[in-house]
Design a protein around this ligand. Sequence first.
Ligand SMILES: *[C@@H]1O[C@H](CO)[C@@H](O)[C@H](O)[C@H]1NC(C)=O
Ligand SMILES: *[C@@H]1O[C@H](CO)[C@@H](O)[C@H](O)[C@H]1NC(C)=O
Ligand SMILES: *[C@@H]1O[C@H](CO)[C@@H](O)[C@H](O)[C@H]1NC(C)=O
Length: 342
Amino acid sequence: MTTAQPLMAAISLAPLLLIFFFTGPVVSWRPWPNTNPNSTDLLYGGSKKYEGSSEFVHLKYHMGPVLTANITVYPIWYGKWQSSQKRIIREFIGSFSAVNSKPPSVSGWWKTVQLYTDQTGANISRNVHIGEEKNDRFYSHGKSLTRLSVQSVIKSAVSASTRPLPINPKSGVYLVLTSDDVYVQDFCNNVCGFHYFTFPSIVGYTLPYAWVGNSAKLCPGVCAYPFVVPDYIPGLKAVKSPNGDVGVDGMISVIAHEIAELSTNPLVNAWYAGQDPVFPVEIADLCEGIYGTGGGGSYTGQMLNGKDGATYNMNGIRRRFLVQWVWNHILNYCTGPNAIDQ
Ligand SMILES: *[C@@H]1O[C@H](CO)[C@@H](O)[C@H](O)[C@H]1NC(C)=O
Ligand SMILES: *[C@@H]1O[C@H](CO)[C@@H](O)[C@H](O)[C@H]1NC(C)=O
Ligand SMILES: *[C@@H]1O[C@H](CO)[C@@H](O)[C@H](O)[C@H]1NC(C)=O
C-alpha cells in the first residue's frame, strides 16, 4: 500500500484467548492471558499439543519482503522519559544480537524470528542494533494521539531541522515510545502496541514502524501484566518485575512482540495466518501470554525467579527481561529460549 488508506476495521486475534475487535489499519495486542478457556476451542478446535500448538494454525508466507538486512531500530521518545527508563529499553534492544549473554538469552529468543525467510530464502537478519534516537519532549502532537497522528510524530522526527532521523525504508524500525501520561487511540482497550508502515502522503516515505506505550498510569493491569494484575480477576497474584520499573518492564515484551512481527511482516504482506491481510494474525499474536513451558490459556508457563525475587525468562546485556514467546513455523508451536524438556 503506497497511499493513505481510509481507516479499515481491523481485528487482532489473541489466539489462545479472545477475539478482539478494533478499528485501524494496524496490528496490536495485549499481553495478559485471559480467563475464557472456551474461546481457544472456538478458534483452534482445542487441539493443543505444545505451548500454543495447533494443527489449525496455518501461518503462511504471502511473498512480501521481510527484514533481511541488518536491522536498525530508531527510538522516538515521545513525552517525558527518565534516562533510567531509556537505558532499560536500549539494553533490551541491544540484547537481540548480543553474543555473550547467559542462556536463556534474548538473542536465543531472536533465533526463532531468524527462522523466517523471504522469497529468495534470505533469513531475517540476526543483527539488530539501535540507531539514532529522537526526543519529542514537548509532545509535538499533544498528549492524546490517534493511529494516524503517530505517523505525524514520525514525520516530525524524520524532517526535524536539527538531527532528523535517517530515512531507512529497507531495514529501519521506527519505534515510537509514549510516556505514561500519553494516551494513544485504543490504548488499554485491549491494545498495548501496534506496528504498521507509514503512508507517503503523511510521512513522505513507506517506513515500517511500531508504537508501544508506557501503561504505568493508564492500565498496568492490562499492558504490564503479570507485574500488575487486573483488579477484576480475583486470586491472581502479581510478580516482581526484573528492572524495578513496572511500566517499562511491561513495555519490554510488547516491544519484543512488535519488533518480531514487524520484521516478519513489515508491509503486512509477508508472514501471517488468517485469510485476510486486514486481519493478520502474526508470529507473536499466536503466542500471546506465553512466557514458558506449559503456557497457554490463563497460565503464563514456567518462568524464572531471581535471587531478588523478580520474575523473568531471559537474560540480556546486564539485565533480565520477561518476554513472550513467538511462533516457530518449522515446529508449529510457540518456542522460547527458556523452554524445558518435558
Ligand atoms: C467450556 O466448555 C466446556 C465443554 O465444552 C463446558 O463444560 C464449560 O462449561 C464451558 N465453560 C464456560 C466458562 O463456558
Ligand atoms: C551488519 O552487522 C554486522 C555486525 O554488526 C557487521 O559486521 C556488518 O558489517 C553489517 N553489514 C552491513 C552491510 O552493514
Ligand atoms: C533460515 O531459515 C531456514 C528456514 O526456516 C532455517 O532452516 C535456517 O536455520 C535459518 N537460518 C538461520 C541462521 O536462522
